[in-house]
Design a protein around this ligand. Structure first.
Ligand code: SAM
Ligand code: ZN
Length: 278
């Protein structure tokens, strides 16, 4: 059988889930034709890119994240640094079907979590086109969208789970998108997160340590039922991965002499916030 192009395969995949989509301008139902144009009843239209993603941006935005940052992130995540976090999230989602990752970046967390959940349909949205191009390149079996998580191109009550990993959030929009028993899982860095890197980047400055207590409080105020789990672990880092780690976060850019950096180990320290109900 002839192999479908990335674009044709993504058109085929999105057609099966077209009921998830709503126009980001007028919020009406969308249709997708065979040539890859998605349009609403008011004739706002959006095209499938050749790399296999949909672009729903309604205004231009400049992203601080580059192709190189997302490709470095992909390599670091592929090394297994976030495996315990992805496993913990997958355990929380045993029977979940429709998963939206908001601020998904280059898509590795969503892909690796869905790989542990055979029933799940994964959709990722990010405002950075570079991130979504990388996601569509690495993981062609998921639905990838460039768009604003605060004004997303999806119908209300479409998702059983919303993931929000190390990214900004919009809880009103998340509640609109969730099915009645759905949950939001937000991952927030805590004091020890990449602390070995932070110490070298911001030695002697107040940025050397930080707290996300306010973010956690705001999450608690936004949902009826909230569970908070802390996950902290330290892993050995191979020397080849050090330059990738410096590239994958703006924190690494503060280090002037990056070749002198020694990072034999690195710590992941996050709160996993699970929220349900209004
Ligand atoms: C620190 S990165 C985290 C990416 C990914 N979740 C990860 O952990 O590797 C934050 C991401 O949020 C995205 N982002 C920021 N504002 C956004 C918005 N309004 N809508 C969608 N994505 C947004 C950025 O483009 C970036 O990819
Ligand atoms: Zn419209």
């Amino acid at each position: 059988m002839k192999q479908l192009s990335k674009r044709a395969a993504s058109i085929h995949c999105i057609k099966q889930h077209i009921s998830l989509f709503a126009c980001p301008f007028c919020h009406t139902q969308m249709q997708l034709n065979d040539s890859g144009t998605m349009s609403c009843s008011q004739k706002h239209s959006f095209d499938m890119a050749k790399q296999g993603y949909m672009n729903f941006m309604t205004r231009p935005v400049a992203s601080m994240y580059s192709k190189e940052l997302f490709e470095a992130r992909q390599e670091v995540i592929a090394s297994g640094l976030y495996d315990p976090l992805q496993r913990r999230i997958a355990e929380l989602l045993k029977n979940e079907q429709m998963i939206l990752d908001t601020g998904c970046g280059e898509g590795s967390h969503l892909a690796r979590i869905c790989a542990q959940l055979p029933q799940a349909v994964g959709v990722g949205i990010d405002i950075s086109k570079e991130g979504i191009i990388a996601a569509a390149k690495f993981y062609s079996d998921k639905i990838w969208c460039v768009g604003d998580l605060a004004n997303s191109p999806f119908q209300s009550k479409s998702f059983t789970t919303i993931l929000n990993i190390l990214s900004p959030a919009n809880y009103e929009e998340f509640k609109r998108l969730l099915q009645p028993d759905g949950k939001v899982i937000k991952v927030v860095p805590q004091e020890g997160y990449l602390q070995e890197l932070r110490r070298q980047a911001f030695a002697d400055s107040e940025k050397e340590s930080y707290s996300n207590a306010q973010t956690v409080e705001r999450f608690k105020d936004s949902f009826a039922k909230v569970d908070v789990q802390r996950l902290t672990y330290t892993v050995q880092l191979s020397t080849e991965l050090v330059p990738k780690l410096l590239q994958m976060t703006p924190m690494g850019w503060h280090i002037e002499n990056s070749t002198a950096v020694e990072l034999p180990q690195i710590t992941i320290d996050v709160d996993i916030l699970v929220g349900e109900g209004e």
